[in-house]
Each structure stands twice: as structure tokens, then as C-alpha cells.
Design a protein around this ligand. Structure first.
Ligand code: TYD
Ligand code: MG
Length: 453
């Protein structure tokens, strides 16, 4: 009988089976078996007791990570990682197919002129990769291409070549020949990540794993390895816009709320260093239903136009549609407007859109959204020189927001004249000759300032 190289483990209770089964005989869970490689346990026993040669290290003797980062020179990419790539770290770059993950990583590699990058390409042939590189700039000899998907061969090459940096495009194409399951299955993706992580730590080489994730997270893989890697970055954007946002979702070596903004051109991704100006360049003047909000993405303030369209509903069930803003939060805002201000949208369709394909996650945009809704409903435009920020509570109160000074500064820098902020924040701030600060306590008060009575 041939030696068994893989086993199936129930992800729910840990039950081990030699064969795949649909239902776990131990805990009765369905579809919980995932294939794993069988690794024989090596027992380390020395004469002086178990592992007497192993020594714990004092925390003060461990090298600090601050000095083992390297900057790639792509400022937006470095920012999201918290100041560059930490050596020996494993980073997962997820995103929809076609969003530009391979382009981004190739550009990073092209920037690293004094580092040897090993680019493992499991999806495209070297010719296809070269074709892309030709659009992006000049091919350099410090990038080595490896068209391979066999995990064992790949790890051998990494250990022999000892590159400074490894890019795996993509993790879903790799496979360990000892496992029966197909590349891209949960077992294979996890096995590949595990092996590459061990190499990264052992040889101190940073590895980037590219992974396809659909919006619904439908493709097996990247989600299940998020906990195994040091950082998870998500590359996202709307299909019809050129903007791409790189978002930190998890980062063991830095903060996670930084974003990097890029614009896709025919010659690759260009960094957007002054995003507010770009996002405001197409704004609508004089039309109702648009308000400028100052959101904070990581440490950087970003001025964006939020739009609403409120129209009479012709069907029984009024529609609520939102792009770039949480739909449940929108419903909450509509309920607060109804209950606290007496503005009822029960017979109207409400559409909310954040311009430029940006997604706003923070509640400070509440006030801007509410103002746009009321503005559209009454067909009264919000003053184009005004910025509105504030979180709306269920009682209709305008709640304190974080880093108000940064948002006010950015608004002043871009030439806005008035800024409406929560009264608690306003107490700590003074109007200047450039910008008038208006503190508001309730949503009624804010609406009065923004769209009249
Ligand atoms: P790609 O990096 O292949 O996406 P992913 O690896 O995430 O699947 O990029 C895909 C899209 O980007 C493709 O539709 C073409 C476009 N693109 C440009 O617009 N300009 C460019 O310079 C390059 C290289 C790609
Ligand atoms: Mg790709």
C-alpha cells in the first residue's frame, strides 16, 4: 500500500478521516472536511530531558522591526503597509479579478531597483508578463520570472536563489502534489500559504501573495488564510472609474486604516497624492442633492461629494439604493429624519451615491448624507462653499467626531468658506479669516444651516 500523504480534517471538531466525507461522523457538520498534508511528527528528545538545547530569548534581545523595513518608493503602497515592507513578512493582496493586482505588484517590483525580486507567475506566461511590463516602463534584470505552480519546486527555488522579495501571482494557482485536491481549493491554498510563510520567516524574505476574492468572497481561499499572514491588503475600485483604492484590512506591523489611492492609466497605475482635488474636480455646482463631506481615511482627510436623489416612488415598495455608503446606515438616517425632523421619505425612492467610486466607512459622513437627502427632497441646493461633518445619533443629536482639526484644515486648504461640525468639536476650534466654523447640536439645527428651514 502506498504511503498516505494527505488526510481530511473536520474544520469544526478536528475529526480526522482518510477519505473525504460530506458529513462529519463525529459532530454531524456538513461539508466541513478539508484536505491537509500529513507531516510526520519529529520528536526532539535530548539526553538532558525534552529539548534541553532550546533556549528562550529575552524580549530585549529580540531585534526591533523598525530597522528591518524597506521602502518600495511607491509612496501610497508604503503608506498602507505602515512605512514599507517588513522583511520576513507575508502579505496577502486580495481583490476582484482584473482590478490591477498584478499591475500594482509589478510596478512595486520595478521600483525596487536594488533588490532581486522573484515573480512567480502561475496565471500568465512570461511573454504575457513581459507584455505588461512593456506598458509599465523598462524591464529590469533584477526581476526574475518563475512560471511554476508546483509548491515543492517553488520553495526549492526560493531557498536556492535567496531573492530579496517574492511575489506569488496567484496563491490560487499553487498546489502541493501530495494533496489530491485541486489548486485553489481550501486545503491547497492553506497548505501553500503555510509552506511559504515558514520559508519567509526562516529565510527572512518578504513574500506577497496575490489572491482573487470576489465581492461575495465566493472563491475559496484568501479568506481562510487571512489569519495566517502578517498583513492583508485589499485592492478595490468600481469598474467604471479609473480610481483604485488599496486598503489595509489587517497589519501586524502598523495601523489598518490607511488607504492608498491610485489611478489606472494605459501605462499602469499612477499614485494620487492630492485625492481631494481630484474627487472634487467633477463636482456639480448649483444642483440640489449634493453635499461636500470631509472624511478621514487613515490619517489623511479626504473631501468628497455625497449625492442623493429623492424621487416620488411609482411602485408599492419605495427603493433605497446606496453606492459607497452602508445601506443600513442610510435606512437609519431616513428614520431619524422622519422621527426627529418630521421629514418623511416613505413615499419616495432614495438613491445615495458617493462620487468617484469611494466607499465611506465612517459615521462622520452622516450629516452630509442627511443634508443631501433633504436638499434633493426639497430641491434646494446646499451652499457650494460649505462642508458638513458629523455623526448623527438616534436621538437626532450630532455627535463628536475624531480629528476634526485635520478635516477643517483640509477644507480651508481647498478654499471652502464654511464648515459645519458638531458643537462639542466646535468648542475647541476657532473660526479664521478663511473659514467660518459653525457648531451644531441637533440635526434640525444642522439642516437649517445647510438647506434652510
Ligand atoms: P491586472 O493587473 O492584470 O489585474 P489582476 O491581476 O487584478 O487580475 O490588470 C487588469 C486590468 O488593468 C486590465 O483590464 C487592463 C488594465 N490595465 C490598464 O488599464 N493599464 C495598464 O497599464 C495595465 C498594465 C493594465
Ligand atoms: Mg493578475
Amino acid at each position: 500500500m502506498s504511503k498516505q500523504t494527505s488526510k481530511y480534517v473536520c474544520q469544526s471538531c478536528g475529526y480526522v478521516s482518510a477519505r473525504w466525507t460530506g458529513k462529519c461522523p463525529n459532530c454531524n457538520e456538513w461539508n466541513s472536511f478539508v484536505e491537509e498534508a500529513v507531516t510526520p511528527l519529529k520528536v526532539v528528545r535530548k539526553s538532558g530531558g525534552i529539548a534541553s538545547k532550546l533556549n528562550a530569548i529575552s524580549l530585549t534581545d529580540v531585534d526591533s522591526i523598525a530597522d528591518v523595513r524597506f521602502v518600495t518608493g511607491m509612496a501610497e503602497f508604503d503608506r498602507v503597509l505602515g512605512g514599507g515592507i517588513v522583511t520576513g513578512s507575508v502579505i496577502l493582496l486580495g481583490g476582484d479579478p482584473g482590478i490591477g493586482k498584478s499591475t500594482l505588484m509589478m510596478q512595486v517590483a520595478l521600483h525596487l531597483k536594488d533588490k532581486v525580486t522573484l515573480y512567480i507567475t502561475g496565471e500568465e506566461s512570461p511573454k504575457q508578463v513581459k507584455l505588461r511590463v512593456e506598458r509599465l516602463g523598462k524591464a529590469t534584470s533584477n526581476i526574475q520570472l518563475l512560471p511554476e505552480t508546483n509548491l515543492e519546486l517553488i520553495t526549492d527555488v526560493i531557498e536556492q536563489a535567496m531573492p530579496d522579495f517574492v511575489i506569488v501571482d496567484s496563491i490560487q494557482t499553487l498546489y502541493n502534489p501530495n494533496l489530491e485536491s485541486a489548486p485553489g481549493s481550501v486545503g491547497q491554498v492553506r497548505e501553500s500559504t503555510g509552506m511559504l510563510t515558514r520559508i519567509a520567516k526562516k529565510k527572512n524574505i518578504p513574500i506577497i501573495l496575490i489572491g482573487h476574492v470576489t465581492k461575495e468572497g465566493a472563491i475559496a481561499g484568501p479568506r481562510v488564510i487571512e489569519h495566517m499572514v502578517d498583513a492583508v491588503l485589499q485592492f478595490e475600485g468600481e469598474k467604471h472609474y479609473a480610481y483604485r483604492i488599496l486598503r489595509g484590512i489587517k497589519n501586524r506591523f502598523g495601523s489598518t486604516n490607511e488607504i492608498g489611492i491610485f489611478e489606472m492609466h494605459d501605462t499602469g497605475l499612477r499614485e494620487v497624492l492630492n485625492p481631494s482635488e481630484i474627487f472634487l474636480s467633477e463636482r456639480t455646482y448649483g444642483a440640489s442633492g449634493a453635499t461636500i463631506v470631509a472624511t478621514l481615511e487613515g490619517t489623511r482627510p479626504l473631501l468628497i461629494e455625497v449625492q442623493a436623489l429623492v424621487s416620488t416612488s411609482n411602485y408599492g415598495m419605495p427603493q433605497r439604493t446606496s453606492t459607497g455608503f452602508d445601506l443600513r446606515r442610510l435606512q437609519m438616517l431616513l428614520a431619524v429624519l422622519d422621527k426627529r425632523v418630521g421629514i418623511n421619505t416613505g413615499a419616495h425612492d432614495v438613491f445615495v451615491n458617493v462620487a468617484g467610486g469611494i466607499r465611506i466607512d465612517e459615521p462622520a459622513a452622516d450629516l452630509g448624507i442627511a443634508a443631501s437627502i433633504v436638499s434633493s427632497l426639497r430641491d434646494i441646493p446646499v451652499d457650494s462653499q460649505t462642508v458638513a461633518i458629523g455623526e448623527i445619533g438616534l436621538g437626532g443629536e450630532i455627535r463628536t467626531i475624531a480629528h476634526c482639526d485635520k478635516r477643517v484644515q483640509e477644507s480651508a486648504k481647498l478654499g471652502f468658506k464654511n464648515i459645519i461640525i458638531p458643537s462639542t468639536n466646535a468648542k475647541k476650534m476657532k473660526s479664521t479669516k478663511d473659514i467660518t466654523i459653525i457648531g451644531v447640536e441637533t440635526i434640525q439645527e444642522a439642516i437649517k444651516h445647510l438647506v434652510g428651514t
